[in-house]
Design a binder for this molecule. Structure first.
Ligand code: URA
Length: 194
């Protein structure tokens, strides 16, 4: 079965998920979108208002900036995959609870197992702590970490600030642009060693 077919099947299962209480308050599940064989996978926190309305990740103001960041390194959304730590919008955009992230984690694991990205880019601290517990985003952003990660063999994690952070703190805009500039080089290095 192709990666796309596997992902389509997984998305159908996610759309029917009622494993946590978030599904009761959101409009719809937002599984993720992009290329089923993307080399780069971005993982945000959780759907916001606009994402909940449209059923697509990063389509609000943070998404606009993410598109700009991608364009700055000649990437389009179709080239990459974007998902979130939780697939349903937390009410009033509150942070996802650790319990909600724990319950939703197996979907992300399955997405990763199908897509097998070369780089995982956690966007913001909520996503980062799933991959590197106890790491601080202020210290880890813009650096590449390699670690064993079942069901994948070795993965490279390249944490970034969340694009929404730059909407509230102008100086982070430059940091995000600089960190994104490193992504093609990190990818090139991984391709050489793997
Ligand atoms: N912020 C996120 O973390 N994810 C989205 O999908 C949109 C905004």
């Amino acid at each position: 079965m192709s990666q796309q077919t596997l992902l389509n099947n997984l998305n159908k299962q996610m759309l029917a998920c009622t494993q946590c209480a978030l599904r009761k308050t959101c409009n719809q599940v937002v599984p993720g979108e992009g290329s089923a064989n993307a080399e780069i996978m971005f993982i945000g926190e959780g759907p916001g208002k606009k994402e909940d309305e449209l059923g697509r990740p990063f389509v609000g103001s943070a998404g606009k900036f993410l598109n700009e960041l991608l364009a700055s390194i000649n990437l389009k959304r179709e080239d990459i995959y974007i998902a979130n730590t939780v697939k349903c919008r937390p009410p009033n955009n509150r942070d996802p609870l650790p319990e909600e992230k724990k319950i939703c984690w197996h979907w992300l694991e399955k997405q990763l197992a199908i897509i097998q990205p070369k780089i995982i880019i956690p966007l913001g601290r909520h996503s980062l702590e799933l991959f590197i517990p106890n790491a601080k985003i202020s210290e880890a952003h813009g650096r590449a970490f390699r670690k064993p990660f079942p069901p994948l063999k070795q993965i490279t994690i390249f944490p970034s600030y969340h694009p929404a952070a730059a909407l509230y703190n102008g100086s982070l805009r430059k940091t995000l642009l600089e960190d994104f500039k490193k992504i093609p080089k990190v990818l090139e290095l991984i391709c050489k060693i793997s």
